[in-house]
Design a protein around this ligand. Structure first.
Ligand code: NAP
Length: 271
């Protein structure tokens, strides 16, 4: 029988995850099937318990369930607990353990594109689940100065990882000045709303590196603006592939080589 994997989220029709996991499984010659489970928050508990009984092997979690899912998992890994967000669940012997592999995907992306973060000035757009992981990562890497910009700065004060970090509204961009790295952690500009961008081009032009966590489309309006001003540009596809690789490593208790990450990434660039 093929192992059962999948993704919990609210709207999944355009997810790349089934394709990425199919490519990884094929590459490793592992039997498995990756299913999309669209479900509301109110069904998370039943879904986790149901998959335990059915013998699933692993589940990824995406918008908007990465934080709420933590209430229904038996054990949380130290890194996911520190960040306060779970995007990967392993099922074993009737128990569940939650991990955060987005952190690994972010690390792989900054390293691949050789972005220096120590003592640099960064701005993060958005204060949702992805921003939480990103901000934890930037702090771990010794970022010099960090500002979070969002529609609801008051919400940032309630999040453990954002404590002590200045949080501004989009109306207050003038207070920020020039910087090194700007990162879009909102879905603004994601398919089908491809004409949107969370901040004006004049603001993006004040930075040297632009990272958009969005991967569909590959070049968002945010990255187009960044290109106009000659910034180094990173989209979210390498992060997406890397977090999936890390999840498969956890589920199958294996190490996957850099070569396979690059092969899957190359296939996904054509997809
Ligand atoms: P989330 O938890 O729902 O948070 C979304 C954030 O964006 C919130 O701060 C939200 O603000 C803000 N936002 C939503 N629509 C906006 C708009 N039109 N204008 C300005 N701000 C807006 O989602 P998430 O998990 O953090 O994901 C955010 C993005 O990162 C998504 O595009 C997702 O696909 C991407 N992502 C990519 C990867 C990858 O591997 N490449 C991994 C994780 C996430 P409010 O609270 O005010 O609604």
């Amino acid at each position: 029988m093929r192992d059962l994997y999948g993704l919990f989220g609210e709207v999944l029709a355009h997810s790349y995850s089934p394709k990425i996991h199919q490519l990884i499984l094929q590459n490793l010659n592992l039997p498995g099937f990756y299913h999309l489970f669209e479900l509301p928050k109110t069904d998370l508990k039943t879904a986790v318990e149901g998959l335990k009984v059915l013998g699933a092997k692993g589940i990824n979690v995406t918008i908007p369930h990465k934080i709420s899912i933590m209430d229904y998992i038996d054990e949380i890994s130290p890194e996911a607990s520190r960040i306060g967000s779970v995007n990967t669940i392993a099922f074993e012997n009737g128990r569940t353990r939650g991990y955060n592999t987005d952190y690994f995907g972010i690390d792989k992306t900054f390293k691949k594109y050789e972005v220096e973060l120590k003592n640099k000035k960064a701005v993060v757009l958005g204060n949702g689940g992805a921003a939480v992981t990103l901000v934890q990562y930037l702090q771990d890497k010794g970022i010099g100065s960090l500002t979070i910009v969002s529609r609801n700065p008051e919400k940032s004060k309630t999040v453990k990882v954002f404590k002590n970090i200045p949080s501004l509204h989009y109306d207050e961009l003038d207070l920020i000045g020039e910087g090194d790295v700007i990162i879009n952690c909102t879905p603004c500009g994601m398919y089908p709303h491809i004409e949107e961008c969370p901040v004006p081009e004049s603001f993006i032009s004040k930075f040297k590196v632009a990272f958009d966590l969005i991967y569909n489309p590959p070049e968002t309006e945010f990255l187009k603006y960044a290109g106009n001003s000659g910034l180094k540009r990173l989209n979210g596809l390498y992060m997406l592939v890397s977090q999936a690789i890390s999840a498969q490593e956890i589920w199958n208790k294996i190490n996957i080589s850099e070569k396979i990450i690059d092969e899957v990434y190359a296939e996904m660039l054509k997809y």
